[in-house]
Ligand binder design. Structure first.
Ligand code: NAI
Ligand code: CS2
Length: 490
């Protein structure tokens, strides 16, 4: 075995776990060992263990790529997180992960067996928006999803996260083992309730008594999760190595800020994540909406228009005064006003904090990365607020420009005529909508016609359709940067 973070002396300033990892049990099974989970729930759990001495370890499941899990195993399931502020940098080792299972490495049954072990009390998820296989306009399971079709035909050999969860719950039910809590940590509004709906829809397709048992016995606490964690790049990997003194292929670089608000509704116990800074609340929805609309809504705005305007990173887009002013206006004039927050919430302070987080030049977050999977993101980030304004008759130039930016972006060509490789699970439908649509009004009508993104209402609002068409037209004529400037002046 080569040198890695588990068998090498690390640089002295690296913060290491000092708790007894051998005492941890896999009481949490997490699906989706992506960048975000490592920098967020994985690290919160490690810091909670450091403070409490509890035994809540994590078993990681990845349903896709195997390399990361192999690398994690080779380093005793330890991994590193480099937290970067504008002026401080801290390297930490997370010790919360104790084991991993992967269908390709261990077989499907091993994954199901692990999920069915009696000590497993929580199954948590970061599987991206598309991992829920939901029809976003109805919130129900998309029965046309290829993974779901395959899983329903062979439920004992699932491929989707939903299929795994339902099969594991069925095994627990048959063996009279207490169920687990299902907790989503994805950027989906009412995230765990969406998980609940698709899980119930799937279970009911197979066996209504299983569906009823899940409904009565499983809880689905929603969460608001926040930390900007860009995908690792060669540059950030090199920086991390310099701070550690050794390579960590599972390491990640992120901002210092972190927030986790969790609905306190766990059927089989939970760790004291509050010891590490998480907040337990009764109703997480206002916090989710605040984050999805102000943070993620502006992120998507900056991603589409910034990318079209030639900016590679969010911090570069924010260094453009016009984009910076537009982002604050989008947040305060068009998103904050749609929210009903608990008394004492200061949305203006929140928005200004976001402006400074986005401007952190130490975090290289690509506009292209955030532009991924727009069809899954637009409804919660922009469309809901748009509906609020359409109902109230209030103007929404920035939301409309953001949507127009997405419409131009998914046309697969940037302002210099270069191809954009659009990464989206609905790419085929997007291409079909675009084919034959040439003018701005043809493009707008074709895309707004995708009812599982936009519902059926938006396309019927003539004033909205014509303002959006005008925005698409302007973007195509003058380019994103010029239109942002023009919109500020109008
Ligand atoms: P990533 O690309 O590093 O990881 C994605 C993970 O999801 C991988 O483990 C992958 O195997 C899994 N996955 C992808 N499609 C799936 C599917 N159809 N079924 C099951 N698993 C699937 O992405 P990252 O950065 O970890 O983000 C994941 C999610 O976390 C985001 O979509 C978002 O909902 C949430 N999030 C991300 C933040 C960030 O700044 N990166 C911050 C807050 C939330
Ligand atoms: C981003 C988010 O990729 C995206 O769509 O908007 O992942 C964002 O970085 C996080 O939600 C921040 O908490």
């Amino acid at each position: 075995m080569g040198q890695n973070i588990s068998n090498t002396e690390l640089k002295t300033q690296v913060v290491r776990p000092s708790f007894d990892r051998s005492a941890l049990k896999s009481r949490i099974v997490h699906i989706g060992f992506g960048a975000f989970h490592r920098a967020h729930q994985g690290l919160y759990t490690s810091e909670m263990l450091e403070k409490t001495g509890l035994d809540w370890g994590i078993c990681e499941i990845s349903l896709f790529g195997v390399d990361l899990i192999k690398q994690l195993r080779a380093q005793d399931h330890l991994y590193s997180v480099l937290e970067k502020d504008t002026d401080t940098i801290t390297a930490k080792i997370s010790g919360s992960v104790v084991e991993s299972v992967h269908p390709k490495l261990d077989g499907t049954q091993a994954v199901l067996d692990k999920m069915a072990e009696p000590q497993v009390a929580i199954v948590s998820l970061t599987i991206t928006e598309k991992g829920y296989c939901a029809d976003l306009s109805t919130g129900h399971l998309d029965l046309n999803n290829a993974l779901i079709i395959a899983d329903l035909a062979e439920p004992q050999s699932p491929k989707s996260a939903i299929g795994y969860i339902v099969e594991a719950l069925r095994i627990r039910k048959e063996a009279s083992i207490t169920p687990f809590t299902v907790m989503s940590c994805d950027n989906v509004p009412d995230n765990s309730r969406v998980a609940k709906q698709v899980i119930l829809d799937y279970a009911n397709q197979l066996d209504k008594t299983l569906g009823a048992w899940i409904e009565q016995n499983v809880t689905f606490p929603c969460t608001m999760v926040d930390r900007i964690v860009p995908a690792i790049t060669d540059e950030s990997f090199t920086e991390l190595t310099e701070h550690l003194g050794v390579n960590d292929p599972c390491g990640i670089v992120c901002e210092s800020f972190s927030q986790w608000v969790i609905e306190d509704d766990f059927v089989n116990g939970r760790p004291e994540w509050d010891a590490a800074g998480a907040t337990f609340v009764k109703d997480v929805r206002p916090f989710e909406d605040m984050k999805l609309r102000l943070l993620n809504g502006s992120h998507s705005f900056l991603a589409y228009l910034g990318y079209l305007g030639g900016y590679r990173y969010i911090y570069q887009t924010m260094a453009d005064d016009a984009f910076r002013s537009a982002t604050l206006k989008l947040m305060l004039d068009e998103q904050a006003v749609t929210l009903s927050m608990p008394e004492g919430t200061n949305l203006s302070a929140y928005a200004n904090m976001l402006i400074s987080r986005f401007s952190n030049a130490n975090i290289k977050h690509e506009t292209y990365q955030i532009a991924t999977d727009g069809s899954q993101k637009l409804p919660q980030r922009m469309c809901e607020s748009l509906r609020f304004h359409l109902e109230n008759g209030t103007p929404t130039p920035w939301l409309i420009l953001g949507m127009a930016g997405w419409m131009v972006y998914v046309g697969e060509q940037d302002e210099k005529g270069e191809k954009i490789i659009v990464n989206d699970p609905m790419i085929e439908q997007l291409r079909e909508a675009y084919s034959g649509a040439e003018t701005a009004d043809e493009i707008v009508l074709a895309l707004l016609g995708l009812s599982n993104i936009f519902g059926t209402d938006l396309i019927t609002n003539k004033t909205f359709v014509s303002t959006l068409t005008n925005a698409v037209d302007q973007l195509k004529q003058f380019g994103a940067q010029a239109v942002v400037v023009k919109t500020l002046q109008s």
